[in-house]
Design a protein around this ligand. Structure first.
Ligand code: BTN
Length: 257
């Protein structure tokens, strides 16, 4: 099971993960933070679970992950600076933090898929779910849920994108504790970058995205849009070139073709 000391010696952050809540089983680590009765208030708190019984993905999808093999955790952000307009930059930044951590510890190449999936050889190895807690129309807190497939080698369930794990791609047993610390270290650096050099986030993200310039289809709730993935703008929105015009896309699932 999870060796806290192994994680702790690798953690180099000031705030992120310094308050660490370890759970054997929970419905969802995002829901745990969102639920007021659990009284999670401290900025940078990380809630980690070996097993989620109702792990949630984007668009109300289920996030499947076998017990004890992967990383399923959520981070609480209370710093108002990251609310509102920074939401989409955070989406990009978190996916970069995870992608860079994978590359640092495993020497496998990763790519990112808009807005925040992490792929290895075109298959999804990690997903991110950002949620906000609001009081009236005001955001109070952000919860960033991250699921990374580390040591799982068999996937059963319904997936909108083919899944893989780091173990399947690099054939080594990976220490989850080291990986978690690495992601949190990169995550904190990324938050500082959003403050000091926000333009570097879309720039770094572009370098890791191999879908740009290609024909894509974007699926939204009640429609699909097709065109060329032209770029992302400074706020992290996708710019789609259709036959008639350029459109700014705020949400949706992106697929090639
Ligand atoms: C997606 O790709 O659709 C997002 C998946 C996010 C999964 C993580 S696992 C930890 C956190 N708790 C949840 O219920 N979901 C996120």
């Amino acid at each position: 099971m999870f060796n806290f000391n192994l994680f702790d010696v690798k953690l180099e952050t000031n705030t992120i993960g310094r308050n660490f809540i370890y759970l054997d089983e929970v419905d969802s680590t995002n829901s745990f933070i969102l639920d007021k009765k659990n009284k999670v208030y401290e900025d940078g708190t990380v809630v980690f679970a070996e097993k989620q019984t109702r792990g949630r993905g984007r668009k109300n999808r289920i996030w499947y992950s076998e017990k004890g093999l992967n990383l399923n955790f959520s981070i609480l952000i209370t710093n108002k600076y990251f609310f509102d307009k920074k939401f989409n930059l955070l989406n990009l930044g978190v996916s970069l933090a995870v992608a860079n951590s994978i590359e640092r510890l495993s020497s496998i190449q990763t790519s990112v898929k808009w807005p925040n999936d992490i792929l290895i050889k075109g298959k999804k190895t990690a997903g991110i779910l950002l949620e906000a807690i609001s009081q009236g129309s005001k955001i109070e807190k952000l919860v960033i849920g991250i699921g990374v497939n580390i040591n799982q080698t068999f996937f059963n369930g319904e997936f909108n994108y083919p899944p893989t794990s780091i173990r399947l791609e690099c054939r080594e047993n990976i220490e989850r504790e080291k990986f978690l610390a690495e992601i949190l270290n990169h995550f904190e650096d990324m938050l500082l970058k959003i403050i000091s050099k926000p333009e570097s986030i879309p720039a770094d993200w572009r370098n890791k995205c191999d879908m740009m310039g290609k024909r894509i289809t974007i699926t939204q709730e009640n429609k699909t849009l097709s065109g060329i993935f032209e770029d992302i703008d400074d706020n992290g929105f996708l710019i789609l070139r259709t036959q008639k015009k350029k459109e700014k896309i705020h949400f949706g699932d992106v697929g090639l073709g």
